[in-house]
Write a protein that binds this ligand. Structure first.
Ligand code: GLN
Length: 491
């Protein structure tokens, strides 16, 4: 079997049956990345030496007959806004170009403790602001299914890495859709967990009340395996959940959707939705009905208003979070300045890209006295309303189903001139972060041009188990994942 087609589950089985060593697998992925990533641009940093060294250690454990666990010896790539001790963490920004964190993010620590092997850091939109990975200060990532198209964003590098068969597991962050939308664009499975389920410690903050870390994988089962490892309370993150999370997402995956109440918001199927996406979703709905789910259309009027609340709240929080990059303490410092104010001004002018500056300015504006009531306060009221309306929806339905994105992967450069156009691509994903609930994007088909189409399943707080179960049933029913398992274009 080709390395790029392997799932976590299959690699683990191959280790147990001694068909591959961990070193062979890690070397195999590194070779593939070296050969093909120049076309894709998914990685900012590769960790060749440390990865091979860790692989050797796990091989020893295997040889001694030790239990290496489900993620033991599994190569993983991490979005470059998640801190990795001793490995550059740039946020795809010039301002952090040479930043080497002295500590690991909790997710990274948990992956390492589970024996996963970090093979590299992936490209992204600068500070996770964007929907296409075109805002990176270093490179543009291409969609492995079609090299003229964007991979989505902001975790485009992580999504493309899975789609290109560079790693069976990658980690991203999702503030308004940055795991789900690129997963949809690249034909991967991407999960944004309930806010607080996965620790944010060591994730470079964009909008702290919305940010969540989550996995990209080839299959729903691999997603379940990964979530089990990275989730759970973390004393280092004050917003992390206090209660014990569900321990086993796997045993019940096959239980199906019989009797499951699934609601479909009408608002998602108005004009603006690509007709090919519409028909792929309709097919998936028929599949769910055949499998015994009770699917019903309903009205979720807040669907449209979420975007304005999202861009105000996230920019406000970003303007506060990014104030720390001042050229004084760490990161890039402008060379020419006289006095502290000019130092900060020049550092930020030179260090931040256009989109990041736009968000900081917007955020500062909506928080300034005189405008606070008109914008920020209103957005916060809308946030409460969205939370309430979503809660009500979950009284009637177990799961809400929507397209992940209204549009197919668009061409590189197509939306960069008009930020509003770009923001509109997030219409189905942002409300989920505002409500703090979990959502998963799974591949549900292809366009005529062979571009992946994603479908989003949304659950109430902490219902990841149910969500994964429904996603698994749909994945098996549609059988689409078989097709997404390897890169064709760049071969
Ligand atoms: N595309 C959205 C934005 O630009 C979401 C980003 C994210 O989830 N990090 O803000």
């Amino acid at each position: 079997m080709k390395i790029e087609e392997l799932t976590i589950e299959e690699i683990q089985k191959a280790y147990q049956e001694k068909r591959f060593t961990v070193t062979e697998i890690v070397q195999g992925y590194l070779d593939r990345i070296n050969k093909l990533d120049p076309q894709i641009g998914a990685f900012i940093t590769l960790c060749k030496e440390s990865a091979l060294k860790e692989a050797e250690a796990i091989d020893k454990k295997l040889a001694n007959g030790e239990d290496i666990g489900m993620l033991g010896g599994i190569p993983v790539a991490i979005k470059d806004n998640i801190c990795t001790r001793g490995i550059k963490t740039t946020c795809a920004s010039k301002i952090l170009e040479d930043f080497i964190p002295p500590y690991d993010a909790t997710v990274v620590q948990r992956l390492k403790d589970a024996g996963a092997i970090i093979i590299g850091k992936t490209n992204m939109d600068e500070f996770a602001m964007g929907s296409s990975t075109e805002n990176s200060a270093f490179q543009k990532t291409k969609n492995p299914w079609h090299l003229d198209k964007v991979p989505g964003g902001s975790s485009g590098g992580s999504a493309a890495a899975v789609a290109a068969g560079f790693a069976p597991l990658t980690i991203g962050s999702d503030t308004g859709g940055s795991i789900r939308q690129p997963a949809a664009f690249c034909g991967a499975v991407g999960l944004k967990p309930t806010y607080g389920l996965v620790s944010r410690y060591g994730l470079v903050a964009f909008a702290s009340s919305l940010d969540q870390v989550g996995p990209f994988t080839r299959t729903v089962k691999d997603c379940a395996i990964s979530l089990q490892t990275i989730q759970g309370h973390d004393p280092l993150d004050t917003t992390s959940i206090q209660r014990e999370p569900e321990k086993d997402y796997i045993s019940d995956l096959h239980k199906g959707v019989k009797g499951l109440r699934i609601g479909i918001p009408k608002e998602c199927f108005k004009e603006g939705l690509d007709p090919e996406i519409r028909s792929a979703i309709e097919k998936a709905v028929r599949q769910l009905e055949e499998d015994g789910a009770v699917v019903e259309e309903f009205s979720l009027p807040i669907m449209d208003s979420g975007l304005s609340a999202y861009y105000i709240i996230s920019s406000a929080e970003a303007s506060a979070n990014l104030a720390r990059y001042d050229g004084v303490r760490y990161g890039y410092r402008a060379e020419n300045f006289t006095g502290i104010e000019e130092l900060m001004e020049n550092t930020r002018t030179e260090g931040f890209g256009k989109e990041v500056k736009r968000r900081i300015m917007l955020g500062t504006y909506v928080l300034s006295s005189g405008y606070y009531d008109a914008y920020y306060k209103k957005a916060m009221m809308l946030r409460q309303k969205i939370q309430k309306v979503m809660k009500q929806a979950f009284e009637a339905y177990d799961i809400i189903l929507t397209p992940t994105s209204p549009v197919l992967p668009f061409s590189i450069g197509e939306k960069t001139a008009d930020p509003m156009e770009m923001y509109l691509a997030d219409i189905y994903t942002v409300n989920i972060n505002i409500a703090g609930v979990p959502a998963i994007s799974i591949p549900c088909g292809f366009s005529k041009e062979k571009l992946p189409i994603g479908l989003q399943l949304i659950g109430d707080h902490y219902t990841e188990k149910k969500l994964l179960q429904a996603a698994y049933s749909l994945e098996q029913g549609l059988g689409v994942y078989h097709e997404t398992a390897f890169l064709k274009e760049a071969e």
